[in-house]
Design a protein around this ligand. Structure first.
Ligand code: PRP
Length: 217
């Protein structure tokens, strides 16, 4: 349930360009792809083991090192803003299985007194998840955490507990991280930035605006 920062300099560089109001649709989408790739590499570096293997180069036999578990990765795309982010993650995990969950805040209902939004889940399609899998649930924004709590509830209640469960976001609000961490203690929360606060509409400030709108409109 703990939150960990992804501190790679290129992650911070890319996030800063995503935050910039001058970054238009194409650059925004490409930035999310790039950030997904960097985050994928950071997950591999920080959380996955390697093993030594013997390999044969064109000239000699030698010992190489391979990342273990790359065939047991499941990436869950929380529609819609996560789509370019996941495209980047797939460059780090090309053999990952993919799941899709369409979950969104019911903005008309407004924020509840407890600081959450009602979440509507319209569509889910997940691959089989096994106890050996590394599961990465990707969503660039973690604001109140309402969406992620609903998504994780769906994932956890329909599957065995995976070896590793990561919640990956680009920008998070402190309240959202706390809420998700308490709701699903088994999940490791990874984020590139923890911002100051949520405004009355439940938007992360300073944040990067509405990631879905900026990437898709
Ligand atoms: C955004 C974002 C998260 C959610 C975060 O999605 O991509 O899914 O809000 O907010 P929360 O932590 O308060 O639940 P949105 O509902 O705008 O849908 P979209 O991705 O389809 O634009």
């Amino acid at each position: 349930g703990d939150a960990h920062l992804i501190t790679h300099a290129l992650a911070k560089d890319t996030l800063s360009r995503l935050r910039d109001v001058e970054t238009e649709q194409v650059a925004f989408r490409k930035g999310l792809v790039k950030l997904g790739r960097i985050c994928g590499y950071e997950i591999i570096d920080g959380a996955m083991e390697t093993e030594f293997v013997s390999i044969e180069t064109p000239l000699a036999e030698t010992t190489g090192e391979r990342v273990k578990g790359l065939d047991n990765v499941v990436i869950i795309n929380v529609l819609r803003a996560a789509t370019p982010f996941v495209e980047g993650l797939l460059k780090a995990f090309p053999r990952a299985k993919q799941g899709v969950i369409s979950a969104g805040r019911n903005e008309e209902a407004g924020m509840d007194d407890d600081g959450t939004f009602p979440i509507e889940i319209d569509y889910t399609k997940l691959p089989d998840i096994t106890a050996e899998d590394t599961v990465i649930v990707a969503d660039p924004m973690l604001a109140t955490g309402s969406t992620m709590c609903a998504v994780l509830d769906h994932v956890v209640s329909n599957n065995p507990e995976p070896e590793d469960l990561f919640v990956l976001s680009a920008v998070s609000a402190p309240d959202g991280l706390t809420r998700v961490g308490e709701a699903v203690p088994a999940a490791d929360l990874l984020t590139v930035a923890i911002d100051d606060e949520l405004n009355e509409e439940g938007f992360i400030v300073p944040g990067l605006g509405d990631a879905g709108d900026r990437a898709f409109r």
